[in-house]
Design a protein around this ligand. Structure first.
Ligand code: FMN
Length: 224
């Protein structure tokens, strides 16, 4: 196998997993994934990411706090989610995604209560034993967010290569207030998203969704 074959396999294997086994992952395996991802590029090598990794009691306290805070106050994002600006093409992909996800979880499109249950599954980290929170500096904008995103994708690919599964979650990232309270994080950073981490429950039909992608010709314009 060439390096390209190996990378292609890992990139195809990486998917957002939404059903985890409760078994905790050994610290050294998680450390290795983050150490591999630390090779990610960043503007001027500034590496502007900060990660809080919650397991055990803290993970449980977060789950409880997110569910309670959502019922009491709803979302509390550090960074607004500007979905109103989605282009027609983005809307189409989002709609396809929601249909696939709601079908996998057995949720009717118009069932408000069931859709809320889906959101709560996010707050329960889909049963994952670990959840990582990705922060960027509070002063930063898209530049620092791009650095953190490249780092986060590197973490996800490293986890996949190590036989682990993950799910990136903006839904959890929109709950900055309770996350900040439980983790004791100050306002020098803002929360981008969370990443649930663990071993995939391969018996669950909701674990992974089969989804299409744009063809390269759909996003790449060549100039010569
Ligand atoms: C930044 C980011 C935030 C996401 N937030 C959520 C989320 O809150 N809940 C969820 O179930 N999936 C979330 N996803 C997963 C996407 O739905 C998923 O990446 C997309 O549908 C493509 O599927 P795949 O990751 O399985 O290839 C998020 C993905 C990214 C990159």
């Amino acid at each position: 196998m060439t390096h390209a074959d190996t990378l292609e396999t890992i990139m195809a294997e990486r998917t957002s997993v939404r059903a985890f086994l409760p078994d905790p992952v050994a610290d050294d395996l998680l450390d290795r994934a983050f150490a591999m991802a630390a090779q990610a590029p960043s503007n001027y090598n500034t590496q502007p990411w900060t990660v809080c990794l919650a397991s055990g009691n803290t993970r449980q306290r977060l789950e409880d706090a997110l569910v309670a805070a959502f019922d009491a106050e709803g979302f509390s994002p550090d960074i607004p989610f500007l979905m109103d600006g989605y282009t027609p093409l983005m809307r189409e992909w989002m709609a396809r995604h929601l249909v696939a996800q709601q079908a996998a979880f057995g949720v009717a499109r118009d069932a408000t209560e069931e859709r809320r249950e889906l959101l709560l599954r996010n707050f329960r980290f889909f049963g994952a034993p670990h959840v990582a929170f990705f922060f960027m500096p509070a002063f930063g904008n898209e530049r620092e967010a791009a650095d953190v995103a490249m780092f986060a994708q590197s973490v996800m690919l490293a986890l996949t290569a190590l036989g682990l599964a993950s799910c990136p979650q903006t839904s959890v990232g929109l709950m900055a207030a309770p996350v900040r309270t439980v983790l004791g994080v100050g306002d020098e950073v803002k929360l981008l998203f969370a990443l649930s981490i663990g071993y995939e429950d391969r018996t669950a039909k909701v674990a992974r969704l089969a989804q299409d992608r744009l063809l390269v010709s759909g996003f790449l314009t060549r100039f010569a």
